[in-house]
Write a protein that binds this ligand. Structure first.
Ligand code: 13P
Length: 257
């Protein structure tokens, strides 16, 4: 982390878990567990149907609400889709785009991820843009090349002012939901590489100001070491964000200097 130049973000990704009726009790427990002072933004990205409940319950606990996906279209005949203006209208502050599970199960490609990020930015929602390599790519020594391409594609057509609203999340696919975390050195290396790609595209200042998160089996035990890395500005947390005690411990770990 480097709080002098950028914000720390601890974001949970609930994926397709929990119920709207469980949001309030979850937040009450989380609030009791959270450190009294914190130096990060806390976000929970829930299924869209729970966002209103999260906004209501999260207000007092200072937990921001986010979505997990958005349509690239503004409005119209797209049954089942949710637009950026609909998310903005109910008060969502963030939205994940390009999660590997959407890339894998819904065939999302880099251009679609870019279109979704731009749709969100146009409505004032901060995209959390996910990138990350597969195990095969890592083993073939293609990690940085592939992640650099994903970052460039996702940011295509996004100007420096809009970049300030973007959060990048590095999530190696092999570390998601597997209990296998990237070592802090591996995660730092790629996050540093992502910042270098952004520096080339936008210059030193904008690159210094972008928050880059790590995601993939981050938990209460390994968070402090990952967050101590200079280019890791927070976490995108799946499993551990479903447990108030664990999620609060990760927030507490981000309080370190
Ligand atoms: P886990 O923390 O469960 O590995 O999930 C990470 C993730 O995919 C967050 O978006």
């Amino acid at each position: 982390m480097n709080r002098k130049y950028r914000k720390t973000v601890i974001a949970g990704n609930w994926k397709m878990n929990m119920l709207a009726s469980e949001v309030k009790p979850f937040i009450e427990q989380l609030k009791a567990e959270l450190p009294k002072t914190r130096a990060c933004e806390v976000v929970l990205c829930t299924p869209a149907v729970m966002i209103p409940a999260m906004i209501k319950a999260g207000k007092e606990a200072k937990v921001a609400a986010g979505g997990q996906d958005v349509s690239k279209f503004e409005k119209g005949a797209y049954t089942g889709e949710i637009s950026a203006s609909q998310l903005a209208d109910i008060g969502a502050k963030y939205c994940i785009v390009g999660h590997s599970e959407r890339r894998q199960y819904h065939g999302e490609d880099d251009m679609l991820v870019n279109a979704k990020a731009r749709a969100l930015l146009a409505k004032g929602i901060q995209p959390i843009i996910c990138v990350g390599e597969s195990l095969e790519q890592r083993e073939a020594d293609l990690t940085m090349e592939y992640v650099a391409y994903q970052v460039k594609a996702a940011l295509s057509g996004i100007d420096a002012a809009q970049l300030r609203k973007c959060v990048i999340a590095y999530e190696p696919i092999w570390a998601i939901g597997t209990g296998k975390t990237a070592t802090s050195a591996q995660a730092q290396e790629v996050c540093e590489g992502i910042r270098a790609v952004i520096r080339k595209l936008y210059g030193a200042r904008p690159a210094r100001a972008v928050s880059i998160l790590y995601g993939g089996s981050m938990n209460a035990k390994n968070a402090a070491e990952l967050l101590a890395q200079p280019d890791i500005d927070g976490g995108l947390i799946g499993g551990a964000s479903l447990k108030p005690v664990d999620f609060a411990a990760i927030v507490a770990a981000s309080n370190q200097e």
